[in-house]
Design a protein around this ligand. Structure first.
Ligand SMILES: Cc1ncc(COP(=O)(O)O)c(C=O)c1O
Length: 386
C-alpha cells in the first residue's frame, strides 16, 4: 500500500498538534536548564513550568497549586489511588474510625483496576460497581456501596472503549455529602469535552496529554487543596513534595500548549467530528447487522464502538488494512477474549466478539470517512459471501 492507513484510533493516542511541537522545540534545545537551579538557565525552565501549571489549571478550572505534573494517565491514577489510600488508611475522616474501602466501577482502565487490586494486598477492600447496558454507573449504586470504612470513590469521566460519559457531578454530590475523597480518571475527556473540577465535584482528576494532541509520557493530577495524599515517587521536593524528579520540561510545555488550544477549539472540532462519526455509523448500519456499544447521547463525540453480529472484530479489522482502528476484543493467540468493558455491559457473545472501536479526531476528514466506508463495505462483502 502506498498511502498510510486512515487513522481512526484517537482514543489510543493523538498526533501532536504542530503548535504543540513548535512550543516544545526550544525546551529540547537551548532551554535545557534544571528548573531547580537558581541561575539563568534554571530560571527559564522554572518560569516555563510555572506558566504550564497555570495553563493546565485553567483548562479544568483549578488553582495552579492544585496541579502536579506526572508521566501520564497511568501514573496520575496510581498516585490518586495509592496516595490517598496510604495517607489516610485507618485514620479516616474526623467522624470515621477507619478508611480502607475503595469504590470503583467494573469498566475502569487497568491503571485504576490494578492499583485497587494491589492495595488489597495491604488490607484494602474494593467494590467494583456494575454498569448498565450503556456502560453507565448508577449514582444510587454508589450510595448503596458506601460503608463506614469507605475512603475513596474513583469513577472514570469517560470510558476509553465505548465513550460513555459517567454522571460524575451526581456521584460527586453523593460522595462529597459523606465527606469522602472523590477521584475521576478524565484521561479520555479532558480536551474533548468540558471537564471542570468544581462542576464535577472531584477532589482528584487525572489528565493525559497524549489524548488531546499533546506529547506522550506526560500528564497531570489535580489535587484539591487540603487533600491528604502521599507521593508515589519519593525523593527531593519537586512538585511541592508530591512527586520527586526533575521535570520533563519539554513535555510539560507541550501539555500546556495543548491545554491552551483545547478550550478555544474543542467545541467546533467536536461538532464536526461528531457529524463524521454519526455518518460512519449510519452508513455501516446500512451494510450489516450492527449494535452500538455505549450510551447514545452521553458519549464522547469522537467515539464509535460497534459490534458486528457473528463476525469476529479482530478478523474484520485485519481485513481493513487501510484503516487503523482497534477491536474491543483482545486476541491472544488463537483465543479471542471479549473486552471486560463489553462483558460488564452485558453485550452478548455473538456481538461482543465482533466489536470494533473507531475513534475520530480533529485531523479526520470527510474523505477519510468516505474512504473508510468503502473499505468496510468491501471487507464485509468478502467476509459474508466467501
Ligand atoms: C481512561 C484511561 N485512563 C488512563 C489511561 C492511561 O494513560 P497513559 O497512557 O497516559 O498512561 C488511558 C490510556 O489509554 C485511558 O484511556
Amino acid at each position: 500500500m502506498n498511502t498510510k492507513p486512515i487513522y481512526l484510533d484517537y482514543n489510543a493516542t493523538t498526533p501532536m498538534d504542530p503548535r504543540v511541537t513548535k512550543a516544545m522545540i526550544a525546551y529540547l534545545k537551548e532551554n535545557f536548564g534544571n528548573p531547580s537551579s537558581s541561575h539563568y538557565y534554571g530560571k527559564i525552565t522554572k518560569d516555563a513550568v510555572s506558566k504550564a501549571r497555570i495553563a493546565v489549571a485553567e483548562l479544568i478550572g483549578a488553582g495552579q497549586d492544585e496541579i502536579i505534573f506526572t508521566s501520564g494517565g497511568s501514573e496520575s491514577n496510581n498516585m490518586a489511588i495509592k496516595g490517598i489510600a496510604f495517607a489516610n488508611k485507618d485514620k479516616g475522616r474526623a467522624y470515621r474510625q477507619a478508611g480502607n474501602h475503595i469504590i470503583t466501577s467494573s469498566i475502569e482502565h487497568p491503571s485504576i483496576i490494578n492499583p485497587c487490586g494491589y492495595l488489597e494486598k495491604f488490607g484494602f477492600k474494593t467494590t467494583y460497581l456494575p454498569v448498565d447496558k450503556f456502560g453507565l454507573v448508577s449514582p444510587k449504586d454508589v450510595k448503596k456501596a458506601l460503608t463506614k470504612e469507605t475512603l475513596l470513590v474513583t469513577i472514570m469521566h469517560a470510558n476509553n472503549e465505548v465513550g460513555t460519559i459517567e454522571p460524575i457531578a451526581e456521584i460527586g454530590e453523593i460522595v462529597k455529602k459523606e465527606g469522602l475523597y472523590f477521584h475521576s480518571d478524565a484521561a479520555q475527556s479532558v480536551g474533548k469535552i468540558p471537564t471542570l473540577v468544581n462542576e464535577l465535584r472531584v477532589d482528584l482528576l487525572t489528565i493525559a496529554a497524549h489524548k488531546f494532541y499533546g506529547p506522550k509520557g506526560v500528564g497531570a493530577l489535580y489535587i484539591r487543596q487540603g487533600t491528604k495524599i502521599d507521593p508515589l515517587i519519593h525523593g527531593a521536593s519537586h512538585e511541592a513534595g508530591k512527586r520527586a524528579g526533575t521535570e520533563n520540561i519539554a513535555a510539560v510545555v507541550g501539555l500546556a500548549e495543548a491545554a491552551r488550544i483545547a478550550p478555544n477549539e474543542m467545541g467546533e472540532d467536536s461538532k464536526r467530528i461528531q457529524r463524521l462519526r454519526d455518518k460512519l455509523y449510519a452508513e455501516i448500519k446500512n451494510m450489516a447487522e450492527v449494535k452500538l456499544n455505549g450510551a447514545t447521547d452521553n458519549r464522547l463525540p469522537n467515539t464509535l464502538n460497534i459490534s458486528f453480529k457473528n463476525i469476529n472484530g479482530a478478523e474484520l479489522l485485519a481485513k481493513l488494512k487501510g484503516i487503523a482502528a482497534s477491536t474491543g476484543s483482545a486476541c491472544h493467540e488463537k483465543e479471542s477474549k471479549v473486552s471486560g468493558v463489553l462483558q460488564a455491559m452485558g453485550v452478548k457473545q455473538d456481538y461482543a466478539q465482533g466489536s470494533i472501536r473507531f475513534s475520530l479526531g480533529k485531523y479526520t476528514t470527510e474523505e477519510d470517512i468516505n474512504n473508510a466506508l468503502g473499505q468496510i463495505a468491501e471487507a464485509l462483502l468478502d467476509k459474508l459471501f466467501k
